[in-house]
Write a protein that binds this ligand. Structure first.
Ligand code: GDP
Length: 326
């Protein structure tokens, strides 16, 4: 039985990955922030279904001692580093906290693995935010990085750390450059789930409008279930390499709205309010990934279509809110 360690196991990707690995008979270990409650905490709803099968540990990614003890005890064969601070506030303290937390956690994990499990295969969750204001579209593994957020900067540094440990320290470490990926487990802070949950609440008479920013923005949206299979495929080889993980197709927020409301036989235009509070300028160059490398080298391709994904998200929210109302 193989052992895997997942940081960020209670998040969208961590929970799908845990299920995927359990299905493959892995012993799955997850790292939880100390003080984040035990596995029965309601904030762990995404892993409730499988929590009895998981080995959950509390540990601070910023403390080398915690990580060293954990890695020494678990001896993982695979490690998926998905945990990261994403929320960008606009103060100096918050920026430096995000930068420090994201870069230190990656560095400490790599150090601990080198010392105590040097044969462990390491996956790092990069982001299309590393390309930021990209010089070209679609972006591929050779496109220069030009992040426009501290989160993006922290992911570029993480990617450099990965390359350093791979090329100069002999670790099997690689970065998946992940484009947006959604699911019923996405937080409602993101526009897709904000739309599906609000559309359902409108249908059920709990809300009367949906306030959004720029609906002409476009994203390369995949399903998180497909994204985690790409992570797995990247470690299931003897050659550690970095890959763009994307669908290669974009849709606008407007396309998403039409589909989501359409699923409920509603016309989004009757409920949409454009609110400057949520407005962000449209990117001059769209963030869309070219998945050719992972498709040809790792034989990966997304299985869930955009239409199926939107339908699943709407249906899941519908079931959830109908249950709440009973
Ligand atoms: P991310 O910006 O790629 O991390 O993902 P989001 O889901 O937060 O945003 C995707 C796109 O939706 C961006 O281009 C936003 O400008 C656009 N958008 C429009 N209205 C909203 C909104 O109300 N909330 C959010 N989060 N995004 C919005």
């Amino acid at each position: 039985m193989k052992r895997a360690l997942i940081t960020g196991i209670a998040g969208q990707d961590g929970s799908y990955l845990a299920e995927y690995l359990l299905d493959r008979d892995y012993e799955v270990h997850g790292l939880l922030r100390p003080g984040s409650g035990d596995a029965s905490d309601p904030s762990f709803w995404r892993i409730q279904k499988v929590r009895d099968q998981l080995h959950l540990h509390a540990g601070n990614l910023e403390k080398t001692r915690d990580l060293e003890d954990l890695i020494q005890a678990i001896q993982p064969e695979e490690c998926y580093h998905l945990a990261a601070e994403t929320f960008v506030f606009h103060s100096l303290e918050d920026e430096s906290a995000i930068l420090k937390s994201n870069t230190q956690s990656t560095h400490h994990l790599l150090l601990a693995l080198k010392a105590h499990a040097p044969n462990c295969r390491f996956f790092f969750a990069g982001s299309s935010e590393m390309f930021g204001h990209a010089p070209e579209a679609p972006q591929n593994e050779n496109t220069p990085f030009n992040p426009r957020s501290i989160y993006g900067v922290s992911k570029v540094i993480g990617h450099d750390l990965i390359r350093y440990y791979r090329e100069h320290q002999g670790l099997f470490a690689c970065t998946g450059i992940l484009y947006n990926h959604e699911s019923p487990r996405r937080s409602t802070r993101f526009v897709t789930r904000k739309i599906t949950s609000t559309a359902v609440k409108i249908k059920l008479g709990i809300e009367s409008e949906l306030r959004l920013g720029n609906i002409e923005s476009e994203r390369d949206w995949g399903h998180a279930k497909d994204t985690v299979t790409a992570m797995y495929a990247m470690l299931a080889t003897d050659n550690p390499e970095d890959y763009v993980i994307a669908t290669g197709r974009t849709h606008t927020i407007r396309n998403f709205l039409e589909r989501a409301f359409g699923e409920l036989d509603l016309d989004y235009e009757e409920y949409l309010v454009i609110d400057p509070e949520f407005y962000r300028p449209k990117e001059e160059v769209p963030l869309v990934g070219d998945p050719d490398k992972i498709r040809s080298q790792r034989h990966w391709q997304p299985k869930v279509s955009f239409e199926e994904m939107v339908r699943e998200m709407v249906q899941s929210d519908l079931e959830y809110f109908q249950r709440m109302l009973q």
